[in-house]
Design a protein around this ligand. Structure first.
Ligand SMILES: Nc1ncnc2c1ncn2[C@@H]1O[C@H](COP(=O)(O)OP(=O)(O)O)[C@@H](O)[C@H]1O
Ligand SMILES: [Mg+2]
Length: 387
């Protein structure tokens, strides 16, 4: 420890001034604009992130998912500043972190971000409590006399205080990860970034670690977590799906879950956002609809005018579901009218022929759609009158 102390004293007495996070609550906490990341090696250039635009709000618990090699780690390394974009901008709490120099970056990161890796990365020669004091020493946070007590209280938080004086090698992987989480909280950062933090743990331990993240989110932290574990991905508040270095539209992923990630990405590029005011008609009974629609906000009402007259409400459909796909699949005129129910509705419109081409490429999706069509047709036999 003495060695480390003198190292930090010598090299880090000068702490560069770093901009503070601004408190504008109306802005996303993390904003990424047109991020391109290209790696160069002997084989040439390889573009890993292809113009990513995304943002994360305060208090969100976001899961970043996608196949191995899709660009998840590269994306979150743009947030931590471990890596820099080739072009594009990253604002965190209003601070343009892509413009900070290396010294500013490391201090800014130490104060504002907690980072948790798959392989815990505790320093093997330091005790657990010393590992947790290190980020406070490095960033000159808290009075030197307070740091030990603070580190102990963080160890208590993750129920590791009774092991405080042990070396990392003396405890299990799950315990090391708990200590790594305590370390990430050393400077009380508003944001935690974790890259497959449960990837090296058994499912029971993974569940416990995930529970700790949930707890931190409930206390106001914002967490961005890459995960391979689909059962954990279901429990975050939002997922961001990356395919081939681009972000898949989350509504497309939700409405068409049986597509491959590649197909979802292709579909994301074929949809256009549209808005319909309250009562406005999206699809008119008896006419051919040019588009299928994925509802993203609000609710649509599906109603039919039977031959005997009047109007029957057949169904109401909300965010994440499609309308118009039955007519497209069966290549027929609309057998019901779809309109914005009560309030304005936001949708993604996809041209009918593009939708059909997509379905033609995906047997799983065709089957899922046909199942849905049968379900909707049976609903049709019992109109929803009693809402
Ligand atoms: N430093 C690097 N140099 C060259 N290629 C890299 C580098 N880092 C990542 N890559 C490549 O970028 C792609 C995405 O990597 P990564 O972001 O680690 O994916 P993921 O985390 O989704 O598995 C991979 O093909 C990987 O080989
Ligand atoms: Mg990775």
């Amino acid at each position: 420890m003495a060695l480390f102390k003198s190292f930090f004293k010598k090299n880090h007495d000068y702490v560069p001034s770093v901009p503070e996070l601004t408190g504008d609550l109306n802005q996303p906490l993390i904003q990424m604009n047109k991020i391109v990341k290209t790696f160069k090696n002997a084989a040439g250039e390889f573009t890993v992130l292809k113009g990513v635009n995304t943002s994360f709000s305060r208090g969100e618990f976001v899961g970043v998912i996608g196949k191995s090699g899709s660009g998840k780690s590269t994306l979150i390394n743009m947030i931590t500043g471990i890596d820099r974009p080739t072009s594009g901008e990253v604002f965190i709490g209003g601070v343009p972190i892509h413009t900070l120099n290396e010294n500013q970056m490391s201090v800014w990161r130490g104060r504002n971000l907690g980072i948790v890796f798959q392989f815990f990365q505790l320093l093997p020669t330091l005790s657990l409590v010393e590992n947790i004091m290190l980020p406070m020493d490095f960033c000159h946070m808290y009075e030197p006399g307070e740091r030990y007590d603070r580190a102990m209280s963080l160890l208590r938080l993750v129920e590791m205080d009774q092991h405080a004086e042990k070396l990392p090698t003396a405890i299990s992987g799950g315990q090391q990860q708990r200590v790594a989480i305590a370390r990430s909280l050393a400077n009380d950062p508003p944001i935690l970034v974790a890259d497959e933090p449960t990837g090296n743990l058994d499912s029971k331990t993974a569940d416990a670690i995930f529970g700790m993240f949930e707890d931190l989110v409930s206390k106001g932290k914002t967490i961005v977590m890459v995960t391979h574990d689909s059962s954990l991905a279901k429990r975050v508040t939002r997922t961001v799906l990356i395919a081939d270095g681009e972000i898949v539209n989350e509504w497309v992923a939700k409405a068409l879950p049986t597509l491959t990630h590649q197909q979802m990405l292709a579909a994301s590029k074929q949809v256009e956002p549209r808005r319909f005011e309250a009562g406005e008609v999206l699809i008119q009974q008896g006419q051919a609809s040019e588009n299928v629609y994925i509802v993203t906000q609000g609710e649509v009402e599906i109603s039919a005018q039977p031959a005997k007259g009047g109007e029957e409400v057949l169904s109401r459909i909300g965010a994440g579901q499609m309308v118009g796909e039955m007519e497209a699949l069966k290549n027929r005129l609309a057998t019901a009218t779809v309109r914005a129910n009560g309030k304005a509705v936001e949708v993604l419109a996809m041209p009918r022929e593009k939708f059909l081409r997509l379905i033609g490429e995906s047997e799983g999706t065709r089957q899922a759609m046909e199942h849905l069509v049968r379900q909707r047709e049976s609903e049709r036999l019992r109109p929803v009158l009693a809402y």
